[in-house]
Design a protein around this ligand. Structure first.
Ligand SMILES: C[S@@+](CC[C@H](N)C(=O)[O-])C[C@H]1O[C@@H](n2cnc3c(N)ncnc32)[C@H](O)[C@@H]1O
Length: 231
């Protein structure tokens, strides 16, 4: 079911260099530090889509879960419900202000099994493997989506799932004419990665990958990726 989500607006698509990577990452910090103060106002708007994405992980009590680009921790409560007090959630975000907000949420609720780290998902390393991983509205704003996806793949146990909910351009029909506008808005608002292709990266790295839900003319979508035991 996966489709090519790129369109013909190539004006913004140049090949990425290390400088592009560094400047994208730094701009990401500035943009998301700023939005961290306002995020609470809209964080419940997409809750049904986020929850449907977490459902796809089919988590169990005691599971160890990774979330990348966690923002202020909007998914923590639901994940914690699924994994219970015996499970463990490790969440990372590159914006120090988002991390602070997420840690405040953890401290206020007294969740002892949720750890929030300030890290770039592209280069982050983890000591122990995970039973599931989640990214909601975060992969598409990262400077190197393919490498961030590889980070997740490496750290998952075999036969586990990476569930992704993300946003993009319109893939079919005449409304594609709006895509240049959508791209520019997302770049301004979210430091969206104009060269990235979330679905193509997931398909390239994971053993199985399906778009399972689409919303709002396909501009929002959930992808379920499986890591299989290759031995
Ligand atoms: C739109 S917010 C999504 C927050 C939350 N996951 C949600 O569903 O609302 C995107 C988040 O990705 C984070 N982010 C961007 N680039 C990142 C990177 N390279 N590594 C880790 N987090 C990153 C941003 O700091 C921001 O908090």
């Amino acid at each position: 079911m996966a489709t090519d989500r790129r369109d013909d607006d190539s004006a913004l698509s140049a090949s990425r260099t290390d400088d592009d990577y560094g400047s994208h990452l730094e701009r990401s910090r500035t943009v998301w530090d700023r939005w961290s103060n306002w995020y609470e106002m809209s964080e419940r708007d997409l809750e049904p889509m986020r929850e449907a994405t977490i459902d796809r992980l089919d988590l169990h009590p005691g599971d160890r879960v990774l979330e990348i680009g966690c923002g202020p921790g909007v998914n923590f409560e639901r994940i914690r419900c699924d994994i219970g007090p015996a499970g463990e959630l490790v969440a990372i975000d590159y914006s120090p202000e988002m991390v602070e907000k997420a840690r405040e949420r953890v401290e206020t609720r007294g969740w002892e099994n949720v750890e929030v780290r300030c890290a770039d998902a592209t280069t982050a390393e983890f000591d122990d493997p995970f039973d599931g991983a989640l990214a909601t509205l975060s992969l598409s704003v990262m400077p190197d989506i393919r490498r961030a996806t590889e980070t997740v793949y490496r750290t998952l146990r075999p036969d586990t799932t990476f569930a992704v909910f993300d946003i993009g351009t319109i893939s079919d029909g005449p409304a594609r004419v709006l895509n240049p506008l959508i791209r520019r808005f997302l770049r301004w608002y979210a430091n969206w990665n104009p060269d990235g292709d979330v679905v193509a990266s997931l398909e390239a790295v994971f053993d199985e990958c399906d778009i399972v839900d689409t919303y709002m003319a396909g501009t929002m979508y959930t992808v379920v990726c499986e890591k299989r035991d290759r031995v």
